[in-house]
Ligand binder design. Structure first.
Ligand code: ACM
Ligand code: ZN
Length: 737
């Protein structure tokens, strides 16, 4: 190996945004040179030119992609390797000309280069060939993570390895293994065998969406766990692919499986089962000394299995219901001179932080660990938006951004009714592509604490590996693009590369990826007179039938004008080519497409644009994120301009009531008419609020303001008690006969 000291960045100060590049995530520089290298039946290199472990890794990598042997050739091999110094971390270059020269900064970079090379390799009738090109590349973020919840549904060692294989193809490097939760404890702990004898098994699992009433259950024993030997095997497997595993042992909440095995570590000591229902449970680890020592004991067996720096201790969604009433918890509060139960949670996490530091590990937890004071050495994984991450960075702590708005792959990725059941929310591929872990409000100094980002795969509604793949791909490719690329292409360029190069690759690998991005896109836009509904096919020849009658090809626009009377009209699009069968009902009314002024801004997590409220379509149940506008404040003010003065009979505002998801109906609505179009005057105070709330108006109106009030806090005894409830609205319409 010859070390050459060059700065590839200095040589190529400008990046070349690739228009048609088969490698994803896109490399920083990709320049094609006319011509191709035609390969014979093998890929040759001198095996002595690299450390033996890399040769082994290349052999397993090539087998993922192609049916081409890697052969050892001393004289004039096709592949040449050179090590570079003074180049960015994990950087590599590939020069494909007469030979293929790979220059790399580290073994990891060399491995990444090899994956890129595999994605360049193409096959035609005469065999394999490679487009001549020059590539220079390195990652933007050091934490490019994918998570997997194996508690709600269990995935075997082989399935986890396959998950890791796919991560390696897309240069994702942190695997967050969510090993424990309420519905199953999945890691063998030798000192506490009941954790897996009892905690790894549940007797039933709820059917359908857990908000569906009446709830029904499949009454079948379900579970599984990994032995410590299996864990070691997976850790070693991942390490060969330069993937670090971050294990998560949840505490103090999401601990019902552990407490089913060892109820003495709860507050009440009562024996309870491993639940077969999803959600957040009140019974959590007690904050007494015995529970803390028990968990430290558990960690003492976890630590040696995972050579990475970080141990995740959860910390999210831990109701304080039991702690409020528990003598032991209250006496810890007194002894430690803590203010409240939030400080008690902070104390609990600090005890783990100190313990982990002593063992040379670093604690990471969900953003709730900020409440009651952040432990001195803790890193924060921000999931309830970017705010927690921003605050942690301000305090000088490392941060991994994983906001629900962009990184929750248990959300829906398509708007069609054919999408399989998901938890709710809407996070399509484009949204993931647009993820930037550095929030626009962060200073340079704060941004330096952002290690990167991560997407999470919670598996309440992901029962098997095929569905896991459906929910993960291609969104994980978009995640990688967001975290790897210093310079991003446009979404359209990215989408075309996914469809052209990576759908065939995923197909070849037998991955059950989602093809939702191939489906025609249906979009609504405002027009001066109402809205337009556009259907745009990816194919220029796709033939649609509209309402079983009219036919049109490819793409079409429909203008829908607002009218005085309230009338629903129906559009059914059917196409055999992409199998689309979508029915859209638009309720024409005087609100259709009118301007909306949000005095209160919706949450980024549930804001698909203000047109959503007046597009003539009502949010459906079970709810999907894109259909509803979500607010997380106790007062919501919205102004609407009907553009001309007109008599209206009544206003209808639709709310979502899903208390299990912390979404509550409001408690009051005020309607204010603006006689002059400047000020507003209060005219109505309905107090009892329905899901479809009708406010009688019966007068001439142009501009009006609606003020909606919610509870400040979710009442005691309800899921999420003590937190601000969500308010979900869709649609605002006028009912005129
Ligand atoms: C989480 O989604 N509860 C971290
Ligand atoms: Zn307690």
């Amino acid at each position: 190996m010859k070390a050459i000291a060059i700065s590839l960045l200095l040589m190529f100060p400008f990046s070349f945004i690739a228009q048609d590049c088969p490698i994803l995530p896109h490399p920083l520089v990709y320049r094609t040179i006319p011509g191709e290298i035609q390969m014979l039946e093998s890929l040759s290199l001198d095996f002595n030119s690299l450390p033996p472990n890399l040769i082994e890794q290349f052999k397993s990598t090539i087998a993922l992609y192609h049916d081409v042997p890697l052969i050892d050739v001393k004289s004039k091999p096709l592949l040449i390797f050179k090590q570079a110094i003074n180049v960015p971390l994990d950087s590599y270059s590939i020069n494909v000309n007469e030979q293929i020269i790979i220059t790399y900064s580290s073994s990891k970079a060399c491995y990444y280069a090899f994956h890129s090379l595999m994605q360049l390799l193409k096959q035609n009738n005469e065999g394999y060939f490679i487009q001549k090109c020059f590539i220079n590349d390195f990652p933007k973020f050091q934490w490019r993570g994918l998570h997997l919840d194996v508690s709600r549904h269990f995935f075997t060692v082989d399935e986890v390895k396959k998950y890791i294989d796919l991560m390696s193809i897309y240069k994702l490097n942190m695997f967050h293994w969510h090993l424990t939760d309420d519905q199953g404890w999945r890691i063998e702990i030798k000192k506490y065998p009941k954790l897996t004898e009892i905690g790894a098994w549940r007797d039933s699992t709820v059917n359908e969406h857990y908000t569906t009433t009446p709830r029904t259950y499949t009454k079948q024993r379900y579970g599984g766990f990994y032995t410590q030997e299996e864990i070691k095997e997976v850790v070693a497997y991942a390490a060969e692919k330069y993937i670090t595993i971050v294990p998560e042992i949840e505490m103090p909440g999401h601990s019902r499986a552990a407490l089913a095995a060892y109820p003495q570590y709860s507050c009440t000591g009562q024996q309870q089962n491993v639940p077969g229902l999803w959600g957040v449970f009140d019974d959590i680890f007690c904050a007494k000394e015995e529970s803390i020592l028990f968990l430290q004991d558990v960690l003492s067996e976890v630590i040696p299995l995972f050579p990475g720096t970080y141990i995740h201790v959860g910390g999210d969604e831990a109701p304080k219901t039991r702690w409020n009433k528990c003598e032991k918890c209250q006496s810890v509060i007194k002894e430690q001179k803590l203010k409240d139960e939030h400080e008690l949670q902070s104390y609990f996490i600090q005890r783990m932080d100190t313990y982990l530091m002593k063992q040379g590990k670093k604690l990471i937890g969900w953003d709730e660990i900020l409440e009651g004071g952040l432990s001195p050495n803790a890193a924060v994984m921000s999931w309830r938006g970017f705010e927690g991450g921003i605050e942690a960075a301000r305090l000088g702590h490392d941060v991994v951004m994983s906001p629900g708005s962009h990184c929750y792959f248990d959300h829906y990725q398509g708007k069609g009714s054919d999408e399989p059941l998901a938890i709710g929310g809407f996070t399509n591929v484009e949204k993931v592509f647009n993820f930037n872990p550095i929030h626009s409000t962060m200073t340079r100094n704060e941004a330096a604490y952002v290690l990167g980002g991560q997407a999470n795969l919670w598996t309440e509604y992901i029962q098997d590996f095929n569905k896991l793949m459906y929910m993960t791909y291609p969104r994980a490719i978009a995640l990688s693009e967001a975290l790897w690329c210093t310079e991003k292409t446009t979404y359209d360029v990215f989408e075309q590369s996914v469809i052209k190069y990576h759908f065939p690759l995923l197909k070849k690998l037998g991955v059950n990826f989602s093809q939702t991005i191939l489906k025609p896109k249906i979009t609504f836009k405002r027009t001066p007179k109402g809205v337009s509904l556009k259907i745009a096919s990816n194919s220029a020849t796709e033939v649609f039938k509209l309402n079983q009658d009219d036919e049109f090809i490819g793409t079409a626009d429909f203008n829908i004008e607002r009218v005085k009377k309230t009338v629903p009209i129906r559009y059914q699009f059917v196409s055999n080519e992409t199998g689309i069968d979508r029915t859209i009902v638009v309720t024409k009314n005087p609100c259709l497409g009118v301007p909306i002024n949000y005095i209160t801004k919706p949450s980024d997590r549930y804001n698909s644009g203000d047109l959503t409220l007046v597009d003539g379509q009502f949010g459906a149940r079970p709810w999907k994120g894109h259909e509803w506008i979500g607010f997380d404040t106790s007062v919501v003010v919205i102004e609407i301009d009907l553009l001309k003065k007109q008599k209206i009979d009544s206003l209808q505002i639709s709310f979502l009531n899903d208390e299990n998801s912390w979404i509550h109906l409001p408690v009051a609505i005020e309607f204010e008419n603006s006689k002059t179009n400047v000020g507003f005057g209060i005219t109505q105070y309905p107090c009892f609020v329905n899901e479809k709330q009708v406010v009688f108006i019966g007068k001439k109106v142009q501009k009006f303001r609606i003020t909606i009030k919610t509870l400040d806090k979710i009442p005691l005894g309800m899921p999420g008690e003590g937190n601000q409830p969500w308010l979900f609205i869709d649609e605002i319409s006028i009912k005129n006969k």
